[in-house]
Design a protein around this ligand. Structure first.
Ligand SMILES: NC(=O)C1=CN([C@@H]2O[C@H](COP(=O)(O)OP(=O)(O)OC[C@H]3O[C@@H](n4cnc5c(N)ncnc54)[C@H](OP(=O)(O)O)[C@@H]3O)[C@@H](O)[C@H]2O)C=CC1
Ligand SMILES: O=C(O)C1=N[C@H](C(=O)O)C[C@H](O)C1
Length: 269
């Protein structure tokens, strides 16, 4: 049997960090080698899986070199500035990275692509298999409904989410825009207010809802005359994101440098 894949987790006391620690603890082919968090986190120094009642022997640290020591893959669900700092350290230590963080600017995405010339990086705004299958359905739907249908993307998330629209909604917009030969940067409309005038048919609209503990709902509406089509995905557990991240870690463990997405991991490319 191959030796287990050594996994480090960033944002280890966050919502996704904890999910990932639990998911790693429940595999027999991955093992937790390091756990990172911000220096101000009250979790620093604690055992990373103490919350499971099953100590891992790995203490949460803010020291990047310590957190990455021995790791084959880092899984990072934090914030854009944190992820970029982690990637620079991954590159220095030859560690591959699975990035789930959302909210990157175009300049930050270019920085990630540059790091991917030196280490393997799998980046996706949504690691669930279902959402990535929905992306394929959207491509098909947009090509077939390429005239006479107004496209609106509606997403809903919990009250703690800090970026909007969600990374998944933006990716859905890109998939639809690409299928229609449009540039999302030119045709996106982010919310409406006041006297907006009639809808421009070439636009793709986004609407954001934030509240409670909604894990993540996305709907793409194709509104025509006499009918409308809605393609929806609703998450009821973060476990799907963690399982997708582990699939990505296994994928990267046997690859060299390059920038990959979930289509590569799932064989949907
Ligand atoms: N791709 C996907 O499938 C999914 C992506 N996400 C994305 O993952 C990210 C995290 O989500 P979630 O777990 O809910 O968020 P949380 O706020 O629960 O967790 C974020 C973690 O990162 C830490 N952190 C914050 N800022 C930094 C920084 N600058 N450097 C290092 N660590 C930092 C936080 O520490 P502290 O709390 O002490 O600030 C916390 O431990 C978001 O961008 C979200 O959109 C979420 C779910 C699925
Ligand atoms: O912050 C979240 O929670 C989520 N973020 C991702 C996004 O921005 O698309 C993925 C998922 O929807 C949950």
């Amino acid at each position: 049997m191959n030796s287990p894949i050594q996994i480090a987790i960033a944002g280890s006391s966050g919502r996704m960090g904890r999910m990932l620690i639990e998911a790693v603890a429940n595999t027999d082919d991955c093992v937790l080698s390091g756990a990172l968090d911000v220096p101000s986190s009250p979790a620093i120094g604690q055992d990373a899986s103490a919350f499971l009642g099953r100590p891992s022997g790995v203490a949460i640290t803010a020291d990047l070199a310590k957190g990455l020591a021995g790791a084959r893959v880092l899984i990072d669900f934090t914030r854009p500035e944190g992820t970029l700092a982690h990637l620079a350290a991954c590159r220095e230590h030859g560690v591959a990275a699975v990035i789930g963080t959302t909210g990157f600017s175009e300049a930050q995405k270019a920085e990630i692509a540059e790091h991917a010339r030196h280490i393997g990086i799998m980046m996706a705004p949504n690691m669930s298999v279902g959402v990535n299958v929905v992306m394929k359905l959207l491509d098909m739907a947009a090509r077939a409904l390429n005239q006479g249908y107004d496209i609106e993307i509606i997403e809903a998330h919990h009250r703690h989410k800090v970026d909007a629209p969600s990374g998944t909604a933006l990716k859905m917009g890109e998939v639809v825009a690409d299928a229609l030969g449009r540039d999302l940067q030119e045709c996106a409309v982010y919310g409406r207010e006041g006297v907006t005038g009639e809808r421009d048919p070439s636009t793709i609209g986004f609407a954001t809802v934030r509240g409670g503990d909604i894990i993540g709902d996305h709907t793409v509406l194709f509104a025509g005359t006499g009918e409308r089509i809605e393609i929806s995905h609703k998450s009821s557990s973060r476990a799907t994101y963690a399982q997708g991240s582990l699939r990505a870690a296994r994928f990267l463990a046997s690859r060299g440098p390059g920038l990959f997405d979930m289509n590569d991991v799932l064989g949907l490319a």
